[in-house]
Design a protein around this ligand. Structure first.
Ligand code: WTA
Length: 647
């Protein structure tokens, strides 16, 4: 498949779109020539309690580093997502909820979601939660997750949502890091027909979190779980004691809205901090533009609210735009691999947004599970989270979209808050596998390893030379780490950690991470985190983890493990280590391959040569490169001879 294949903008899309090709070019020009005016309009899409007069105040240089947007304005996020729609759309459905097994579904109107949000807000207040306090949310994909997030926003508390797939240990680390005193969870979750013991995980986590005084538990199932008196209470009981109205707290544009932990190349996951005004403006602006969204259309983003995609495109962006947003509790292949499309038919989904890994997994099941559904309401498809290979793109387009739906391949990161590069359905001809061009106002740049700016058609490391309102503001509790991680590799620029190619049409093709972050089924993981889990096992002396291409997951997890003296390689030990990592981090981090290695390739100064380990894992043995600088070159021969899968 050559890059040459281009899918033109369908005529009806060019006609109906918020932005056609000419309008896109004009918006990009405007952002260059009148940035102040352009960004002011982006901010003005929100309702402000105190309108802002300052628009942008940014420097990426260390001496006067700052990122501030709309900084003298005040607003409340929940008012923008709920109250302001009530007059005209109070009875419109805000959230459609579809349960794991499809036996139950539910609908909440904007009026109902506002009342529920206020109850949650009052429950939190009654527990003593105040503006600026951190609240950890560890819930399944149920409407309460959205209501709890919005409730925090209403009273000015800062939420930290932790994906329900994380282990007690990972949860504990996140609670401790942001010092939250309160945890919201459910007795159990249900996912793909399996029970997720959320409350039990919380109990386990809290053994190492003495600062937590209150746990609010939502009853998702009938199962009784142990409740610690004085600490744990059911939301169902608490909500009866509070009113369903709550005055919103006026927040400064730069007050924190949420913390979301994400993996980097080193150390523990960092708490990415997003603020109120800029984040919401950017989430709403991009949701409208990229999905060509109009109020009332049924929008389904399949991401879990535990990831940034769920924050920006299940909750904040859609609700700010008066959307009907679908919250799905389940997985793509349960009870059958028609599930996604059955849900689309059942709820008349018009815009569908998912991850390449789901598409690849469904593609493997063939066309029949798709074909037996109608999908006639779907007009637009989207993908996010990892590069989409052209084969999967073409299948998505031809089979799922019947050739009539444009695909928006949206590139962005937890750090960027919302999309930065994506086609616009009414403006951008599509090339399968390319996230095409930057949104108006976004300034990508490719540089080489030394930071030299590369022009024209080329490949390099992807930076952004200027800010956008949805940019993260700091790493919670460690501003220095924020600056060092993102702004010192190429001073004066934000470095994304991604590599990319730019073609002769100026289209971008993300090639993946160039750092030690791997992307497994769209879940972002630091190899250092997995290594640290492995060396925590009593049999392990040393471990090195790399990614390798995996047909379904995008990248798989390949672990090289050196055992302590006296320990012996065995299949049982492999299984044990796999289970160990699942328990330490979460099931999605389970290693795909464990190779026992008597030694790891190191330089004479003791640095592990990951490049070589990656090549071996990728089975690219012809390109091991120069091994002469290794302390012990024979190590490599052994690794190759005993490569997992090698005969
Ligand atoms: C990758 C998810 C190619 C990229 C929103 C990025 C993508 C990382 C795309 C961020 C895409 C995301 N094409 N790669 N459309 N979208 N990525 O923080 O490597 O979970 O740096 O945010 O996912 O992952 P994160």
């Amino acid at each position: 498949m050559s890059d040459g294949e281009v899918f033109p903008v369908p005529e009806e899309w060019a006609k109906r779109a918020h932005m056609d090709a000419a309008a896109y070019e004009a918006a990009c020009r405007r952002a260059d020539e009148d940035p102040e005016g352009f960004w002011r309009e982006v901010g003005e899409r929100l309702d402000w309690i105190t309108p802002f007069t300052q628009v942008k105040d940014v420097s990426f240089n260390r001496e006067d580093f700052r990122i501030r947007w709309y900084a003298d304005g005040a607003l409340n996020v929940s008012v923008n997502c709920l109250d302001r729609h009530i007059e005209t759309r109070g009875d419109q459905v805000a959230i459609i909820w579809e349960s794991d097994d499809g036996q139950v579904s539910d609908k909440l109107t904007y009026r109902q979601l506002l009342a529920e949000t206020c109850r949650w807000a009052n429950v939190l207040k009654a527990k003593g939660v105040k503006k600026g306090d951190r609240v950890t949310i560890y819930l399944p994909m149920i409407p309460a997750a959205a209501a709890a997030m919005l409730a925090c926003a209403r009273i000015g508390a800062v939420h930290s949502v932790v994906f329900g797939g994380f282990s007690p240990d990972s949860l504990a680390g996140r609670i401790q890091d942001c010092d939250s005193r309160i945890v919201i969870t459910a007795n159990e979750g249900l996912r793909g027909g399996k029970v997720v013991p959320l409350k039990a995980n919380v109990d386990e986590a809290l053994k190492t979190c003495p600062g937590v005084t209150d746990v609010i538990v939502v009853r998702r199932t009938q199962t009784e779980v142990p409740m610690t008196p004085g600490r744990d209470e059911y939301y169902g009981d608490l909500k009866k004691t509070v009113p369903d109205t709550c005055d919103p707290e006026p927040m400064n544009a730069e007050d924190p809205l949420f913390i979301l932990y994400t993996s980097g190349s080193t150390g523990k996951p960092k708490g990415v901090l997003h603020t109120t005004g800029g984040y919401l403006a950017w989430a709403a602006y991009t949701h409208e533009l990229v999905f060509d969204y109009r109020p009332g259309e049924v929008f389904w983003c399949t991401a879990d609210v535990g990831w940034v995609t769920g924050h920006s495109y299940v909750v904040y962006g859609p609700l700010a735009n008066a959307a009907t947003s679908l919250i799905f509790e389940g997985v793509p292949n349960y009870p059958t691999s028609s599930r996604f499309w059955e849900v689309c038919d059942k709820h008349k989904v018009e815009i569908f947004y998912t991850a390449p890994t789901a598409i690849r997994a469904l593609m493997r099941e063939g066309e029949e599970p798709v074909r037996r559904t109608s999908r006639s309401t779907i007009r637009l498809l989207g993908t996010v989270g990892e590069p989409i290979n052209p084969e999967a793109w073409l299948w998505y387009h031809r089979v799922v979209g019947e050739g009539r739906c444009p695909i928006v391949d949206t590139w962005w990161q937890t750090e960027t808050g919302a999309c930065l590069m994506s086609p616009l359905p009414g403006a951008t001809p599509l090339k399968p596998g390319s996230c095409t061009r930057p949104l108006p106002g976004v300034k990508p740049q490719l540089v080489d390893a030394e930071g030299k700016v590369l022009d024209g058609a080329t490949s390099g490391n992807l930076c952004l030379t200027d800010s956008w309102p949805g940019q993260m503001r700091t790493v919670y509790g460690d501003h220095e780490r924020f600056i060092v991680t993102y702004f010192t590799t190429y001073p004066g620029k934000y470095f994304t950690g991604d590599g990319a190619r730019r073609d002769e049409d100026g289209y971008y093709w993300i090639t993946g991470r160039v750092d030690d972050v791997i992307n497994v089924s769209g879940h972002r993981l630091g190899t250092a985190e997995i290594e640290s889990a492995l060396v925590g096992h009593e049999a392990v002396a040393e471990a090195a983890v790399v990614g390798y291409p995996h047909e379904i997951k995008g990248q798989g997890i390949y672990c090289y493990v050196t055992l302590k003296v006296g320990e012996h390689p065995s299949e049982a030990l492999q299984a044990d280590l796999r289970g160990w990592v699942r328990r330490e981090i979460g099931p999605f981090a389970a290693p795909d391959v464990i190779q026992f290695a008597p030694g790891l390739p190191k330089t004479r100064s003791g640095k592990i040569m990951r490049r070589i380990l990656r090549k071996i894992a990728e089975d690219d043995l012809g390109n091991l490169g120069d091994t002469s600088t290794l302390a012990d070159p024979a190590v490599v021969d052994d690794l190759v001879a005993h490569r997992a899968g090698a005969s």
